[in-house]
Write a protein that binds this ligand. Structure first.
Ligand SMILES: Nc1ncnc2c1ncn2[C@@H]1O[C@H](COP(=O)(O)OP(=O)(O)O)[C@@H](O)[C@H]1O
Ligand SMILES: [Mg+2]
Length: 291
């Protein structure tokens, strides 16, 4: 393991500056719109010529591919067990968007062999070098593996709705992650708002709670309105930013994604150093007790 750590460190240094950003999309409460946000956000990033890969972390095969009218046959599991190459478990969406089904493939592996672990690191190294953004759509249910992943990614987008229960759960989720890694960059987003003020209030409550109880500053991504086009787009299996580009939610999503690319893009790259890197963290967590 020590040799591998050294090898990895060397590789990371070689590729400094050109690494993609890894981002997990989470919520405390389920059903708040993570998958719909992820696929539409990813679609806008891809339309802006960014290379984007979405990794579906939901249990089972997940469902992100359904939202874009595609199918998926294999998951990361077949890659980890050595049956398939990484390219064989990656699927093409529109523009430069690609997706991988990761969920059950990962969580049902009970015994991680050293080869599997090496393959995992190799895969993420490849993703970091190949893509500008690696988005993890975190599903329901906190498996050990997904908690490790959350501790490793560069940034976290936390989605809440304006309901007090969802806000409380979003706060608990951030607290949990913050206690594992106090350096983590959080972005908060309020989905399904009925008024602009409702979104602002929710985001302020969340940001203030983080500040007051954890002395942690979070970035505000903004809010997305409740909009019937979401449901229509899900049915049509075409992201709403494509099928309903003039809807308020789509316009807001374009603004949000542009702000994210332009204002925040440089920050993490500048912060990224060997010790804080996604891969080294993942490696650190997975190799505990293995050395
Ligand atoms: N802004 C919105 N306006 C209206 N409906 C929404 C909105 N966001 C999500 N939904 C609906 O909420 C449900 C859950 O969304 P989904 O993205 O699957 O959530 P999650 O991935 O968090 O479980 C879906 O039926 C979707 O159509
Ligand atoms: Mg989902």
């Amino acid at each position: 393991m020590r040799d591998q750590a050294e090898k990895l460190r060397m590789k990371m240094m070689e590729s400094q500056g050109s690494l993609g950003k890894s981002i997990a999309i989470v919520s405390g409460k389920g059903g708040v719109g993570k998958s719909n946000f992820t696929m539409n956000f990813a679609t806008v990033l891809a339309k802006a010529q960014k290379k984007v890969v979405v990794v579906d972390m939901d249990i089972g095969m997940g469902n992100i591919h359904i939202l874009i009218g595609k199918s998926v046959q294999y998951s990361l599991r077949e890659y980890l067990t050595g049956e398939l190459k990484i390219e064989d478990v990656m699927y093409d969406g529109e523009d430069q968007l690609q997706y991988i089904s990761g969920g059950s493939g990962m969580s049902t592996i009970l015994e991680w062999s050293e080869e599997m672990f090496d393959r995992l690191i190799e895969a993420f190294e490849y993703l970091q070098k190949t893509f500008d953004y690696i988005l993890f759509d975190m599903g329901a249910g906190a498996t050990n593996w997904s908690l490790d992943l959350l501790a490793s990614v560069d940034e976290i987008i936390v989605i809440s709705t304006a309901e007090p229960t969802a806000i409380m759960d979003a706060y608990s989720m951030m607290k949990f992650i913050h206690l594992k890694d106090a350096q983590k960059q959080f972005y908060i987003l309020c989905n399904r708002t009925l008024t602009y003020e409702e979104g602002q209030e929710t985001l302020q409550r969340l940001a203030k709670a983080m500040q007051k109880f954890l002395q942690k500053e979070v970035a505000v991504l903004g809010s997305l309105p409740e909009d019937p086009v979401v449901r229509k787009a899900v049915k049509a299996q075409v992201p709403f930013v494509i099928s309903y580009p003039d809807a308020l939610i789509s316009k807001t999503m374009y603004q949000m994604a542009n702000k994210f690319m332009n204002e925040y893009d440089g920050e993490v790259h500048a912060q990224q150093n060997q010790s804080r890197n996604f891969l080294s963290k993942l490696k650190g967590i997975f190799s505990k007790g293995r050395d």
